[in-house]
Design a protein around this ligand. Structure first.
Ligand SMILES: [Zn+2]
Length: 148
């Protein structure tokens, strides 16, 4: 997560962006990253975290009186780094794409949500072979960011 914010920070510096509004990530179900953990890390690193509060893209903005300046866990707050306030108003969006796989034996493509797909055991519906190549679902990357 920190590396992703570093990428945004560097890009924003090049583009002359001083306020990042949106940071959108693609987080595959098999990436090993938990969206809620990413959200927490984002709030800590971006300095948007309120005391125990979660500011989600869908929910109402935090209105706690103490939400403006949160000390955060000792030694873990990254709010002081980088241009001040770059992420102060940023909203984190997380897109979780479906898992897609391709059978290594017969090449059949299948995946999560297929009408006749497997009960998600990574077994080819055509030939029964297991251990497919994953086409998507492992990714953890920045999709885009917006700011001005
Ligand atoms: Zn197959």
């Amino acid at each position: 997560m920190e590396r992703i914010l570093d990428v945004v920070r560097e890009s924003a510096a090049r583009e002359g962006i001083t306020r990042v509004r949106t940071v959108a990530l693609v987080v595959g179900p098999r990436s090993g990253a938990m969206p809620e953990a990413l959200r927490f890390a984002f709030e800590v690193l971006a300095g948007t975290a309120g005391p125990g509060g979660t500011q989600t893209a869908a929910g109402p903005p935090a209105t706690d009186s103490a939400a403006i300046e949160s000390p955060g866990p000792p030694g873990r707050s990254g709010a002081g780094r980088g241009p001040a306030g770059l992420f102060a108003e940023a909203v984190l969006l997380i897109d979780v794409p479906p898992i897609r796989a391709r059978c290594r034996r017969c090449g059949t493509r299948y995946g999560e949500g297929d009408e006749n797909g497997p009960d998600w055991a990574f077994t080819c519906p055509a030939c029964g072979s297991s251990g497919p190549e994953f086409l998507s679902g492992n990714e953890l990357r920045l999709d885009y960011y917006e700011g001005d």
